[in-house]
Design a protein around this ligand. Sequence first.
Ligand code: NAD
Length: 482
Amino acid sequence: MLQRPHQFINGQWVASANASRHAIINPYTEAPLGWAALGDATDVDAAVAAARAAWPAWASMPRLQRAQWLGKLAGALKARIDTIGALESAEMGSPISFSLLAQAQLPVMVMGSYAEMVAGPEEVERIGNSRVVREPVGVVAAITAWNYPLLLLFGKVAPAMAAGCTVVAKPSEIAPLTSYLLADAMAEIGFPAGVFNLVNGTGIEVGEALVRHPDVDMVSYTGSTVTGRRIMANAAPTVKKLALELGGKSASVLLADAPLEQAVRGAVQGAFINGGQTCIALSRLIVPQELHGKALDIAADEAARFKLGDPMDKATTMGPMAFAGHRDRVRKFIREALTGDSQLVCGGAEQPKDLPQGYFVSPTIFGNVDPQSTLAQQEVFGPVLAVIPSRDENHAVEIANGTIYGLNGAVWSADLAHAVAIGRRLRCGKVDINGGGFNMNAPAGGFKQSGIGRERGRYGLEEYLEVKALQFNNEELATRAA
Ligand code: NAD
């Protein structure tokens, strides 16, 4: 049993002010994996005070020195990659081959990338008689979801610290265990105390205390749109800077000239990544109506190729849902869709017959889905794909843009220029053209109710910087004053 009775505050492991614990259940074995202490507002006060006290020295530290600390941290985390990957498979069910890559290597690479980014000189711009400089926002509350625990956390903590901010992190209480490994690595290398603090706990106790705290300058949040709205409201009285990475209902748009087989298979893979528990999951597939039948056949064949099973088995390509409540929620969406007019192509709401144990949901595809239905409008966050027929490409774009979300998209066409033109019409933060691959330095974020701001690469760094204009009496002085 893994036990995490402490919070990490001011470089020390300290007993939580609160005595409650959260049991973490392995979603494959359904047995307890461990527990972590749930903090409260008293822990938040201590962590924010530590972050505030550490801020002046960290913010004024030469960039190269900050870069060296981040590089050293990336090195200490690199030595833990196998542990992180295996723990994430046990904690939230990601298949080990995927987990090692997306839950372990990638976040560590993100940490390293920000060390490199701030190793260079500061960017200074001159506009007429002004010099424009950038300064760290201050104390950042980083609140994250359970589906990619470290990737989401490092996507905030790395650029925030690189920018010169100090951080209080609140991982999801559902899957907090790998976040403690970050604090372990910091303690091991003697990272400057108070720059990073970790308070595990619920959203209502710890999350809200952070969002409302007068000494927190910025909230960087990844999670559902419902919680994002609440965070905006709670941050309003203190007018905090916000970066919000929220939900999605992203669409693959397949044009009439697309390579059908490749496009449909790619779309199914894009829908079911990490069991569909992915904010950018392409959970809708929009196909010309004349290709709809053929597309369903190919999609069902691709879904059948997923191997469900023990996340620790290298051959497994889809693990269980991360926790029982989430499995139930996904199944509820499926049951509701079964009562409507759409056509169940494969999967369903039952426990897979060959897997009596584990929170599994079979890869499920519905055809002929009404674009206004619950299944096509709401984020399911599981392995459920809605295939929607379109009359023509204008109709396809209208359907793709017809939800409150705008996180991700994909276009498939034999004509690259045409695909790009359609991609430009999609109201979302990223569009994969003909299966275009992941780029960890490209900006990620949402249009509409999928969020505010961008993560990753230099756009991610900018979120944690305030812009300041230094005014001079003339242009020459503005140029000269370094
Ligand atoms: P969630 O909203 O339940 O919780 C996210 C985090 O917010 C958790 O740490 C939770 O404890 C905390 N929280 C809950 N209520 C809070 C409150 N009132 N104040 C402050 N914090 C609070 O989301 P989840 O179920 O953990 O994650 C799934 C969601 O996250 C999906 O909607 C998914 O699309 C989204 N997500 C988005 C991205 C992205 O980059 N856009 C990435 C991953 C996940």
